[in-house]
Design a protein around this ligand. Structure first.
Ligand code: UD1
Length: 416
């Protein structure tokens, strides 16, 4: 079993490029089955979750190849509509294939999706929306058997702005009869990226980024080229690392606007963060201050995916930071591992109270989920001595060349 060994305690310094966004690449790869042409998806990060999507596409009969950071999908040969359980369990995002496969093939068979263990992750909103659009869905023994003659546009009110459900509806609606209007849609930047891909393919989607999205169905989509947006959570990871360890880092190919909620919290804590175009410079020379209250919210609020990362920095800050996790029920598992490193954290339900300590110490810790694992690495960079971090399969789901990325900032890190 491999592990990452980090010797912490020294400030970071250097420049690194931010990878393309995992959470954009996955729905866009699913969307590529909506047309029978060729989709060329650039800035596609090299991750195990993207590999899982490629394997799903190949299973469906599509050609899917990676060359450098570009994944090319030719969906002309698609001849299946099922996804094997083993592939469904590899990641949560496999569920966005549902709307796309149903739209293209009129049928879909798959099991419930897997993914990080951060609390219950139901898909009731996805299924309810697809039913409202005309799908017949039979849920039996952990499997979904779905059919649709033709999706029909309608008004869909989401009780909460689910990212995945918004994406599934957009995929089902792109070639539906009539117009679909999504009320209380998710406003994450990845939704706008999916809209841009669909429109480049001949779709008629508008409103992404706001809470009302209109999708006017078109009879056909065509192959297209698209470049995935920068990953705002990887950006948050690197900024949190600079906040925790100190020093000065430069991030290139970033989207500062998409990371603004995290930038604002870290700036209040005493980091100096400046944006110029797609470049971000972050430094922390003095003491890191506690962050007051950090409450996770749907975008443009503070992202739940950055909670663990910023918490790792808060462990070393001067004062008390109170986190409220509003999106997922079980997203503090990393805190138990941070305690091994000397952190002072108390958890009561959705609230975590972090009292900054003068020193963290290297320890043997284990990733419990993707962002929680990265957060342990952030803490390790700020800790005295050596940390051995296992459970790397979680980190590899979302970070491309994780150690190389941190080594480019001068971190003493190696995979053993
Ligand atoms: C996406 C992101 C994930 C991020 C999350 C919230 C991808 C691949 N993943 O996940 O990194 O942490 O958004 O920003 O883009 N819910 C229901 N019923 C549903 C669907 C969701 O109750 O049918 C609830 C969930 O349990 C959760 C909340 O809605 O409490 C938000 O989930 P959602 O926005 O759907 O997250 P994902 O799309 O799974």
């Amino acid at each position: 079993m491999s592990a990452i060994v980090i010797t912490g305690g020294k400030p970071l310094s250097g420049s690194v490029r931010v990878q393309g966004a995992k959470n954009s690449a996955l729905p866009i790869l699913a969307a590529s089955v909506l047309n029978a042409g060729q989709s060329v998806v650039g800035n596609c990060p090299d991750l195990s979750d993207v590999d899982s999507s490629i394997r799903i596409l190949r299973h469906l009969g599509c050609a899917a190849e990676r060359a450098g950071d570009t994944v090319t999908v030719n969906a002309s040969g698609m001849n299946r509509f099922d996804i094997p359980e083993s592939l469904m369990r590899e990641m949560r995002s496999s569920v966005v294939f549902l709307g796309a496969i149903l739209s293209r093939a009129g049928e879909a068979v798959m099991s419930y999706p897997g993914g990080c263990d951060i609390g219950p992750r139901p898909i009731d909103l996805h299924l309810s929306a697809l039913r409202q659009m005309g799908a017949e869905i039979c849920e039996e023994g952990g499997f979904l058997r779905c059919k649709v003659k033709e999706f029909t546009g309608c008004g869909i009110h989401l009780p909460l702005p689910s990212v995945g459900a918004t994406e599934n509806i957009m995929l089902a609606a792109a070639r539906a009869r009539g117009t679909t209007r999504i009320f209380n849609a998710a406003r994450e930047p990845e939704i706008a990226d999916l809209q841009n891909y669909l429109n480049a393919a001949g779709g008629r989607v508008s409103g992404a980024g706001s809470s009302t999205i209109d999708v006017e169905g078109v009879p056909e989509l065509r192959g297209t080229e698209h470049r995935v947006i920068p990953d705002r959570i990887v950006t948050a990871t690197l900024l949190s690392a600079a906040a925790a360890a100190g020093g000065e880092v430069t991030l290139t190919d970033a989207c500062p606007l998409d990371a603004s909620a995290v930038i604002s919290v870290l700036t209040d804590a005493g980091c100096e963060i400046t944006a110029r175009g797609t470049e971000l410079r972050a430094s922390r020379r003095g003491t890191l201050r506690a962050m007051g209250r950090v409450r996770t919210m749907p975008h443009p609020g503070f992202p739940t995916d950055a909670q663990a990362l910023v918490m790792a920095a808060a462990c070393r800050a001067d004062g008390v930071t109170v986190f409220s996790e509003k999106i997922f029920q079980n997203r503090y598992q990393h805190a138990m591992e941070l305690l091994r490193m000397g952190a002072d954290i108390q958890i009561e339900g959705e609230v975590a109270v972090v009292r900054g300590v003068p020193k963290l110490y290297g320890a043997r810790v284990c990733s419990t989920d993707l962002r929680g694992g990265a957060a342990l690495a952030v803490a390790a960079l700020a800790a005295e001595g050596e940390t051995e971090l296992s459970g790397l399969e979680h980190i590899d789901r979302g970070y491309e060349k994780f150690e190389a990325m941190l080594a480019a900032l001068g971190a003493d890190i190696k995979r053993v």
